[in-house]
Ligand binder design. Structure first.
Ligand code: N01
Length: 501
């Protein structure tokens, strides 16, 4: 048996892992390690460095309330600034000694007798043991190259949006972009400035809405620095503004028509050519797929060196992309803005719970959890961005903060009350999920489009069907009556060692 034991193992050094670590520290829990497979922190914001990468949620709201930043430069900050915010937070809260970089966790298994999770790390013979685990590996961690015939035959340069090749010089190059989602609409306006030509291969046009991005002036920054309550007020204003958008985006209501009117107006204003406008008009309800917030995508598509291709891709050839009508579009480089491999029907790593049960088997038709944070049969294990915790209208960080505060309370109970097992009750979980799926049937996400929110069978394991306020409220307290609670045999407890190399 390993002698390396921590109170808490956090898997993933992105926004969620770092937020969890800070809150644990603030609760006086210091025996934890953050296992990060990469060599730096920041998760999706470390990885997504493509030109134009930015967040489409205002920074005031896309940040933790316990780590306000008066210095955001713009309403919507770029990926560099967001990564800087994450790094500053980690440094200010003294997380440095807790990071274990280059530690790729390859599986976790629960030892019920000891009440400990055994964490296996690639290349290390000895497992680390932890009383609780926070699985914060993030849904957008693994890139997805499309399953297009001939993708291996293509001899030019291939770049995925989330693994940008900064050494590649686009100047004077013929570039093809596959995909027109949230990443693509940020990349394309930057590429048309550099490349000789850009061909955009669109499968499904999305709803595009304006994003008014303003520089934050020095007076406002100073005000937020001196009067933190003013910044909190601004955050609240953004929060409730976004909450009201749920009425048109989460559910199909008359307000959905208003959102669509705004999208159509932007299309009419920015695209004069009726043919192009028709190609760019979505054929699904606004909100069903992620809304695209941008002012410069449509203008970029109409630049002389840019062309929208709507013929389906038949295959990749040695020199480029062949579309269904038989034309070969030659390209020096293909940019795949094709999204992420989001595990909705499995787990990011093998997770073995009580009695040898395997979470990937239980989730094989779609993931589920209790309030998105805990799964019955897998005690003392907590998820961030777990099943049905995705927002369609508000900041993911608001949801994440609620999950973190909940799991920190639960872990606090495990440690303070010396619990061996804190396992959510199956009946509570089943009731919660039956309600969840019932509520999802009335949402726009389940209204008939293809998106990364749904499994192949149309099961929605991703989104939360309600207001952020409801989501946050349900996670305000840990009710131990929702759990099977087993106390530890004090005599059997091994001494804890905080240091894990
Ligand atoms: O990926 P996506 P993304 N042939 O999956 C197309 C977050 N994000 O990286 O719509 C041809 O949305 C696919 O077509 P279709 C955000 O949560 C946030 O853009 O499936 N095309 C689609 O157009 C977002 O939801 C920000 O028909 C193919 C595109 O590729 C998530 O990341 C910024 C294809 C994939 O779109 C993912 O966004 C950026 C094929 N075989 C991203 N396969 C913020 O601002 C796929 N496509 C916070």
């Amino acid at each position: 048996m390993s002698n390396k034991t921590v109170d808490v193992a956090i898997i993933g050094g992105g926004f969620a892992g770092i937020g969890s670590a800070i809150r644990l520290k603030q609760q006086g829990i210091d025996s934890f390690a953050i296992f990060e497979r990469g060599d730096a922190i920041g998760g999706t914001w470390r990885d997504n460095t493509y030109p134009g990468a930015a967040c489409d949620i205002p920074s005031r709201l896309y940040s933790y309330s316990f780590a306000p930043n008066p210095d955001w430069s713009h309403t919507y900050s770029g990926s560099n600034e967001i990564l800087g915010y994450i790094e500053t937070m980690a440094a200010e809260f003294g997380l440095g000694p807790h990071f274990r970089f280059g530690h790729n966790v390859s599986g976790i298994a629960f030892d019920e007798a000891a009440g400990l999770w055994e964490i296996t790390i690639d290349g290390r013979s000895e497992a680390v043991r932890a009383r609780a685990v926070v699985l914060a590996s993030g849904p957008l961690a693994n890139v997805s190259f499309p399953n297009i015939r001939g993708i291996e035959d293509y001899a030019g340069h291939k770049i995925h949006s989330a693994r940008w090749d900064h050494d590649y010089d686009f100047t004077g190059k013929k570039v093809a972009v596959v995909g027109t989602g949230a990443s693509a609409v940020q990349i394309i306006p930057e590429l048309v400035d550099k490349a000789a030509s850009v061909k955009v291969f669109q499968r499904t046009p999305g709803w595009v809405l304006p994003r008014v991005n303003r520089r934050t002036n020095a007076v406002t920054k100073e005000l937020y620095r001196r009067v933190p309550a003013a910044e909190q007020l601004a955050r609240q204003a953004w929060f409730y503004g976004h909450e009201s958008v749920a009425l048109g985006v989460v559910w199909n209501t008359p307000l959905t028509r208003v959102v669509e009117l705004v999208g159509r107006a932007q299309l009419r204003r920015q695209v004069k050519d009726p043919w192009l406008r028709r190609q760019l008009t979505p054929d699904f309800r606004a909100g069903c797929k992620r809304l695209l917030m941008t002012d410069d995508y449509y203008p970029a598509l109409q630049r002389d060196n840019c062309k929208l291709i709507t013929w389906p891709i038949a295959r990749l050839s040695e020199n480029g992309i062949r579309t269904a009508e038989g034309i070969e579009h030659q390209a020096d480089c293909i940019v795949f803005a094709t999204g992420f491999d989001v595990s909705k029907t499995g787990t990011p790593i093998p997770v073995v719970g009580r009695d040898g049960r395997v979470l990937a088997d239980e989730w094989s038709r779609g993931a589920y959890a209790y309030k998105s944070v805990a799964v019955s049969g897998y005690p003392n294990l907590f998820f961030t961005f777990g099943p049905n915790s995705g927002p369609g209208h508000n900041s993911a960080l608001v949801y994440m903060e609620a999950q973190i505060d909940y799991l920190v309370s639960a872990i606090g109970a495990i440690l303070e009350q010396d619990l061996r097992i804190l396992d959510v009750r199956k009946d509570r979980q089943d009731r919660y999920n039956a309600g969840m799926q019932r509520r999802l049937t009335g949402t726009t996400w389940n209204s008939g489009c293809r998106s990364w929110y749904l499994t192949e069978d149309g099961f929605n394991a991703t989104m939360y069907p309600g207001f952020a306020t409801q989501y946050v409220n349900q996670l305000r307290t840990v009710d131990l009556a929702d759990y099977t609670v087993v106390a530890a045999d004090r005599n059997a407890r091994k001494p804890r060692i905080a240091a894990v190399s």
